[in-house]
Design a binder for this molecule. Structure first.
Ligand code: FAD
Ligand code: NAP
Length: 547
């Protein structure tokens, strides 16, 4: 673990400030150094890794295969690193992040345990002033928010939350020390991806687990296993070709998309295809047919298949019925990938409480009270998710020279051009920001694409002698309209998902990521850059701007 050395707060000027040292901030730092730009990174955690630093809950692992959920920028790195499992667990991904930091000597430019509180643009000097909770005050030509889409953990305001006498945990803020649940009665609140991974592992250790479920989730088995040597060798031999193929896909993952409609095959063929996908496991289940996310009728065939699987796995019909999702199309909330999630409810020490039927009325000193009963717990695990996509950005007071804040600008939902910049906020970039494919993709692919685009942009600005760049309001308007239009051609808006902001009371209901696809989006970004940064204005050199 890296601790920030005590010493005077940082002042002075750099070319770029990066906020966040997850996979986005780390790669960006590496690239900007190569460009010769003086760069400093501020990171709230005490080490690199972002998501994989914070989410240390039992069972945490990737739902994109390890051979693909990794950086592609260094041929040596991707050849030398050995992933031990098909889906890497959190400790292995964190070790990978730490290895990258060491290998490329990144930590020397990262100030850990330092939270950026404010970023204010000064147009006359064309600089961002960035201030932190450690008293740092740094000026930078450019500021890049690599703050993460799923980094603002959230505990709902259950009445009496602070009264609980036992330990409480959030999956996204898990302690560094091992948590021993043996002999304990553990309450788990939430049944999203994090809970679905954690519950089987906690249930194997604890005396009893009570799961409080508001909405049941569709989940596909991971069938995780040790990395087969020949599979790793195949990937390593074909990395250049396969990475390039991933860039052109819809979600940044190489797998077989069956380019047939679910409705054009007979029942027997359809079932056979679903059975094969279920047996192979993971996210590619949703690529069984090409219309699962656009046709309600096609989607229902996949949903019905998964519901049937749940009923077949879970012995108690009442519990199976509660675990069966019916209120939204499959895949319109992030599809979950599990290891023995549904079977865990066959264990005698696991109880499912449907809090839609009997809502939580209070957290008490000793447990959780619903409309119907009180459930005694020694520890509580909040697997209640994140203020996704906008939470970490809105937590920083980002202000332009007119005194407008990004938070106010986004009051009715985030507005960006390409998910990279927001009009009125020059020289401020976001990595995997709202309006880009981000969370709908293998994030490693989207992170590298954004970083590469930003680095090229900064190099071009330097070559042209420009002081910076700003998205135009017109380009932003038409991009926001396009993002909405494409989303509404799919079934996604039908679900109360965090993609829609629906998990946070009062958050605007807007579909935040861009669903046009990683390949299509990449092409648009390339074209914009090739056409002289279409939709952006270049800022005049500073002396002129200051007049
Ligand atoms: P993050 O990893 O979130 O890093 C952002 C960093 O910014 C954090 O370290 C945070 O501390 C720091 N930060 C934020 N605000 C401030 C501030 N004001 N000041 C200083 N520092 C700040 N994606 C996939 O593609 N496949 C997966 O299987 C997958 N699994 C996931 C599992 C979990 C449990 C979660 C939560 C997410 C998962 N994701 C997955 C998404 C994951 O977030 C990305 O894959 C990726 O790790 C994001 O990297 P990042 O650097 O953009 O953001
Ligand atoms: P999440 O998907 O938002 O799930 C949060 C859970 O808490 C949901 O079941 C939600 O119920 C429940 N909840 C929230 N507020 C509640 C309230 N007020 N009362 C009762 N229940 C409430 O969060 P997450 O599980 O942490 O996952 C977030 C994202 O991180 C995932 O979608 C995925 O992108 C990523 N992730 C990936 C993996 C992986 O497999 N690699 C693992 C973990 C996370 P509702 O559904 O009713 O809102």
């Amino acid at each position: 673990m890296t601790v920030r050395e005590s010493g005077p707060p940082l002042t002075g000027e750099v070319d770029v400030v990066i906020v966040g040292a997850g996979f986005s901030g780390m790669y960006l730092l590496y690239r900007l150094r190569a460009l010769g730009l003086r760069t400093i990174v501020f990171e709230a955690a005490s080490d690199v890794g972002g998501t994989w630093y914070w989410n240390r809950y039992p069972g945490a692992r990737c739902d994109v295969e390890s051979m693909q959920y990794s950086y592609s920028f260094s041929p040596e790195l991707q050849q030398e690193w050995h992933w031990q499992e098909i889906y890497a667990p959190q400790p292995e991904i964190l070790r990978y992040a730490q290895h990258v930091a060491e290998r490329f000597d990144l930590r020397r430019d990262i100030r850990f345990e330092t939270r950026v509180e404010r970023a204010q643009f000064e147009r006359a000097r064309c600089r961002w002033e960035i201030t932190t909770d450690r008293g740092d005050r740094v000026m930078a030509r450019y500021c890049v928010m690599a703050t993460g889409c799923l980094s603002a953990a959230r505990v709902p305001n259950f009445p009496g939350r602070e009264r609980f006498r036992g330990p409480t945990y959030h999956t996204g803020h898990w302690p560094h020390e091992e948590v021993d649940f043996s002999g304990q009665r553990v309450g788990v609140l939430g049944t999203g991806s994090s809970a679905i991974q954690a519950i089987p592992v906690i249930a194997a250790a604890a005396a009893a687990v009570t799961v409080f479920q508001r909405t049941p989730n569709y989940s596909i088995p991971a069938h995780n296993r040790p990395m087969p040597a020949e599979y790793e060798a195949m990937w390593k031999a074909r990395y250049p070709e396969l990475r390039a193929r991933a860039w052109e896909t819809r979600n940044g993952i190489v797998y077989d998309l069956n380019n047939q409609s679910a409705l054009e095959v007979d029942d027997e063929t359809r079932r056979k295809i679903y059975e094969e996908r279920w047996a192979a496991g993971g996210i590619p289940f949703m690529a069984a047919f090409n219309d699962l996310i656009v046709s309600q009728e096609a989607n229902e065939t996949a949903a019905a298949f998964v519901r049937e699987k749940i009923r077949a796995i879970v012995h108690d019909p009442e519990t199976a019925a509660k675990l069966t999702p019916t209120s939204y199309p499959i895949g319109t909330k992030r599809i979950c990938v599990d290891s023995d999630y549904f079977a865990t409810f066959n264990r005698p020490n696991v109880t499912l409480v449907d809090i839609r039927e009997a809502p939580i009325t209070a957290i008490t000193e000793t447990g959780v009270e619903t409309k119907d009963a009180h459930y005694a717990c020694d520890a509580l695990v909040f697997a209640t998710g994140f203020d996704a996509m906008t939470g970490a950005l809105n937590a920083i007071a980002i202000e332009n020279d007119k005194g407008e804040s990004l938070r106010e600008k986004w009051a009715a939902g985030p507005r960006t051009y390409l998910g990279l910049m927001a009009a009125g906020f020059p020289n401020l970039f976001m990595i995997t920001g709202p309006g880009s494919p981000s969370v709908l993709s293998n994030m490693m692919v989207s992170i590298e694409q954004h970083v590469d685009w930003i680095v090229r942009c900064l190099a071009d600005l330097r070559a042209q002698g420009a002081a910076g760049i700003e998205a135009s309001a017109e380009a932003e308007d038409s991009w926001v309209a396009h993002v909405n239009e494409v989303a509404h051609k799919t079934l996604y808006p039908a679900a109360n998902s965090w993609y829609m902001g629906a998990n946070i009371p009062g958050k605007p209901r807007v579909f935040m990521p861009y669903i046009g696809g990683v390949g299509v989006y990449r092409e648009i970004c390339e074209k914009v850059a090739a056409n002289g940064y279409e939709g952006f204005h270049m800022l005049a050199p500073v002396a002129a701007a200051a007049e």
